[in-house]
Design a protein around this ligand. Structure first.
Ligand SMILES: *[C@@H]1O[C@H](CO)[C@@H](O)[C@H](O)[C@H]1NC(C)=O
Ligand SMILES: *[C@@H]1O[C@H](CO)[C@@H](O)[C@H](O)[C@H]1NC(C)=O
Ligand SMILES: *[C@@H]1O[C@H](CO)[C@@H](O)[C@H](O)[C@H]1NC(C)=O
Ligand SMILES: *[C@@H]1O[C@H](CO)[C@@H](O)[C@H](O)[C@H]1NC(C)=O
Ligand SMILES: *[C@@H]1O[C@H](CO)[C@@H](O)[C@H](O)[C@H]1NC(C)=O
Length: 426
């Protein structure tokens, strides 16, 4: 008798226990809507903490938008091993600590947009082996620390548009392999050397609307196996020696519609292995020194719609390796334009009577030693030149027109904050 009572109590207790268990496994945080055991929405829930304990461990799709998580701590989502898609948009996130997203082997899409986040810290996104999309647009990201994405391979898209990012630090994107698209915001002013070190097998790396003082030495070192690298619609400033050194195996390198103050060196040896270099629509303010242009490692070169100086240095350009590399001189002349002197600005080179343009004084005196426009037109010691009686008046006039044009360029481009006279005053 006593025994059967005990049995009944035991059964009842077990029943209660079980129902409570299934209750917890089916629980849903009060602030959330659990559409199913795999899909949970906690939007505008006023959450101050990630309700890790109450979430079903089977959740695959979790939206936590517009709550209040100022800091995403390490291992914030530990245990949600089924999670595939996570949105933290519209939160008050100011910091993401190292390894914040550790333990999410299946996470494919991570969205952190419209937050006040300013820094992508070291290892913030480390170890997300299966992540394919990181959406980081519309934040306040100004800094991406080195190794931010370490160990995160197979990313198809990293979207960083609409952030006030002005500098790309060394190794910011290091160790990212198999990246589909890396789209950076406009307004970048500095790319440190080795910014893309160790990036391998990249689909598209697009750098547009930049405002650089220079493309520094070794900017692209260690970047390999790129389908398309494009530098466009930017003020590239000076392309320094070794800017592209260490970049290798690029299917297509595009340099489109940029302003380029000076090409100190463009050195693509065979190891660069660039199938196609598209150099279109650029305004090149100085004639590059032919001795500093090496394009042996470029299989095909397209030089179209560019503007170059057409003063006495046009001979340097036409005899130089760039035009030679483009193979068809008459086509080059038809499809490229003059930036200076002023009276031919904007005219196709084919319209000029090139033979009537005198060679530069420095070329006449030094022969074809290849001293560049830098030593003549721009680094010119004007007082010295004016004093030198041997200078023809015509050259002086051309020179002053080029300088005028450059002044106009700088006046137009001057945004007050940058020293714009480095070329003229050097
Ligand atoms: C966001 O965080 C900042 C700093 O922690 C705080 O001052 C601010 O009130 C927060 N805003 C909201 C909407 O929670
Ligand atoms: C990673 O993604 C692939 C393709 O979607 C999938 O087959 C694989 O199982 C995922 N890895 C893990 C650990 O879930
Ligand atoms: C071009 O690069 C190669 C290999 O990096 C180097 O040996 C050579 O000196 C460079 N040439 C110029 C003109 O800079
Ligand atoms: C060079 O370009 C011109 C104009 O596009 C074309 O008519 C000519 O056939 C080309 N010559 C060679 C050798 O490709
Ligand atoms: C320019 O020429 C003047 C006069 O010869 C000389 O004193 C000055 O050092 C020169 N400046 C430079 C930068 O060469």
């Amino acid at each position: 008798m006593c025994n059967s009572w005990l049995l009944i109590i035991a059964i009842t207790l077990e029943c209660l226990w079980n129902s409570q268990l299934s209750e917890t496994s089916k629980s849903c945080p009060a602030e959330c809507i659990c559409l199913s055991q795999t899909q949970v929405l906690c939007n505008t829930g006023g959450l101050a903490q990630i309700p890790l304990r109450q979430l079903p461990s089977t959740v695959e799709n979790l939206a936590l938008t517009k709550n209040n998580f100022p800091v995403i701590k390490p291992d914030s989502f530990a245990g949600l091993r089924a999670l595939k898609k996570l949105s933290l948009d519209g939160n008050n996130i100011t910091r993401i600590k190292q390894f914040a997203f550790r333990g999410l082997p299946r996470l494919k899409e991570l969205s952190i947009q419209y937050t006040p986040l300013q820094t992508v810290a070291q290892f913030a996104f480390a170890g997300l082996q299966n992540l394919s999309t990181i959406l980081l647009s519309h934040n306040q990201i100004a800094t991406i620390e080195g190794n931010a994405f370490a160990g995160t391979s197979n990313v198809k898209l990293i979207l960083l548009s609409n952030n006030p990012l002005i500098r790309i630090d060394t190794s910011a994107f290091s160790s990212l392999t198999n990246v589909g698209h890396l789209i950076l915001p406009s307004g970048i002013r500095t790319i440190e050397p080795d910014a893309f070190l160790g990036m391998d097998t990249v689909g598209l790396l697009k750098l547009a609307y930049m405002d650089l003082k220079e493309l520094s030495p070794y900017t692209f070192r260690g970047l390999t196996n790129v389908l398309l690298l494009t530098l466009q619609e930017s003020d590239l400033g000076i392309i320094c020696a070794d800017a592209f050194t260490g970049l290798s195996q690029v299917d297509k390198l595009q340099i489109l519609n940029n302003k380029i103050d000076l090409i100190e060196e463009l050195n693509f040896t065979y190891t660069a292995d660039i199938k196609l270099l598209k150099f279109h629509g650029n305004h090149v303010l100085e004639t590059p020194d032919p001795n500093s242009i090496i394009i042996d490692g470029v299989s095909q070169l397209e030089l179209v719609n560019n503007h170059f100086p057409c003063g006495c240095h046009i001979h340097t350009l036409l005899d130089g390796p760039l035009v030679e590399g483009a193979h068809n001189l008459s086509e080059f002349l038809l499809k490229n334009y003059c930036i200076s002197p002023l009276d031919v600005n904007g005219r196709a080179m084919a319209e000029l009577d090139i033979d009537s343009i005198g060679r530069c004084q420095d070329q006449l005196t030094k022969g074809n030693l290849g001293s560049s426009a830098a030593s003549m037109a721009l680094s010119v010691n004007v007082t010295l030149l004016i004093a030198a009686a041997t200078i023809e008046l015509r050259i002086l006039r051309t020179l002053s027109q080029q300088l005028l044009l450059l002044w106009q360029y700088r006046a137009r481009g001057s945004r007050g904050r940058r020293r714009r006279w480095h070329l003229v005053g050097r």
